[in-house]
Design a protein around this ligand. Structure first.
Ligand SMILES: NC(=O)c1ccc[n+]([C@@H]2O[C@H](COP(=O)([O-])OP(=O)(O)OC[C@H]3O[C@@H](n4cnc5c(N)ncnc54)[C@H](OP(=O)(O)O)[C@@H]3O)[C@@H](O)[C@H]2O)c1
Length: 324
């Protein structure tokens, strides 16, 4: 059994990590750190865990733990690591965007590896520090990587992706307020979303001239999940495109090609990414769906932990979709 620590455990991704790790056969929770709830049961923030665990939040950090997950807002991971010096044996998995870009990947002598297994499983296997990808970035990269690998992203790629309210974290805001969000839909940060940096770096690592991604993020009237659509010119048939994707994802444990059009609920509460292809005239439409808190955050973080420690990649992650 390895020992895991969670920083920011009262938030959404921290809560999902607690739920996954409580059921992981090779890992146990050593501590769940909170700045605001030290000494209080984790069920105070996550009441669904009543009867499942009696762990309490702590204000103490075990700096010699085997793996630590940083579930903090952007900028706070850097600050936290400045103030807390973990043992050189401790693996760190950061869920924020502090270390995702090439220019930020080395921090205090630590080299962070971008943790998208479908892109670089081998590098993750030997990594000590992981920058876990963003939720939109995961859905969009998984939709486009096979085209980049085949050097087929030549012109502008139009991407539209809709996310649930948990994507914005646990603190209430004007656009996560029930009265605003319920029965509502809107776009935000048109063509400038912060995940474009990591999306472009991943695509360009496979195709240097991968063209411009025009990304329109949308806020949806639901709590969890991301449904992304991307379309771009493609001269082959849909079957040719499907072969390309099936080849690219032949050893992917959590990314599946769907023959039928997909919907969000088939992946919500799972670590899966489902992808569907459709051809119209000379345009290929790629649709991908993930759970933002699992494949888009905590599930993928545990997938990375499994790879780093040599556990089975699916360990602790065989989850059940909500579906209905
Ligand atoms: N939500 C998603 O779908 C998603 C997906 C992918 C990646 N991410 C990224 O993952 C990170 C966490 O996201 P989240 O949605 O879980 O956020 P969240 O719900 O807002 O939770 C963050 C937690 O961090 C703790 N915290 C805040 N400031 C802190 C500080 N200065 N030092 C230590 N702890 C602090 C707070 O817990 P305490 O008050 O208990 O300390 C807070 O509950 C973010 O960087 C986010 O962008 C989120």
């Amino acid at each position: 059994m390895i020992k895991a620590g969670i920083i920011g455990g009262s938030g959404y991704t921290g809560g999902e990590l607690i739920r996954i790790l409580l059921n992981h056969p090779n890992a146990e929770i050593d501590f769940v750190y909170s700045t605001t709830r030290a000494g209080i049961p984790v069920t105070n923030a996550h009441p669904d865990l009543l009867g499942v665990t009696d762990i309490h939040f702590t204000g103490e950090v075990n700096l010699a733990v085997d793996v630590v997950f940083l579930c903090l807002g952007h900028g706070n991971s850097t600050k936290f690591l400045h103030e807390n010096h973990f043992s050189s044996a401790t693996r760190i998995i950061d869920l924020s965007n502090d270390f995702r870009l090439n220019k930020d990947a080395v921090f205090d002598g630590k080299e962070f590896v971008y943790g998208l297994p479908e892109l670089q499983r081998n590098k993750i296997t030997s990594a000590r520090y992981i920058a876990n990808p963003g939720c939109f970035a995961t859905a969009i990269e998984l939709a486009l990587l096979p085209l980049a690998k085949a050097h087929l992203l030549h012109s502008q790629v139009h991407v539209n992706a809709v996310t649930g309210s948990t994507g914005a974290g646990v603190s209430p805001s004007a656009t996560t307020h029930f009265s605003w969000r319920n029965g509502n839909v809107s776009w935000y940060k048109p063509f400038t979303h912060q995940h474009l940096g990591e999306i472009n770096e991943s695509l360009k690592s496979l195709q240097g001239n991968s063209g411009e991604i025009l990304f329109l993020p949308m806020r949806g009237n639901f709590t969890r999940g991301i449904l992304a659509t991307a379309y771009t010119p493609f001269s082959g048939t849909v079957d040719e495109a499907l072969h390309l994707y099936q080849d690219f994802y032949s050893d992917a444990e959590f990314t599946q090609m769907a023959k039928e059009p997909i919907n969000l609920k088939q992946v919500v509460n799972t670590n899966q990414c489902h992808i569907h292809l459709h051809k119209h005239n000379d345009v290929l439409l790629v649709t991908s769906a993930i759970d933002n808190l699992l494949k888009g955050a905590s599930g993928q973080a545990v997938q990375n932990m499994n790879l780093m420690f040599g556990f089975k990649e699916k360990e602790g992650l065989q989850l059940k979709a909500g579906v209905y």
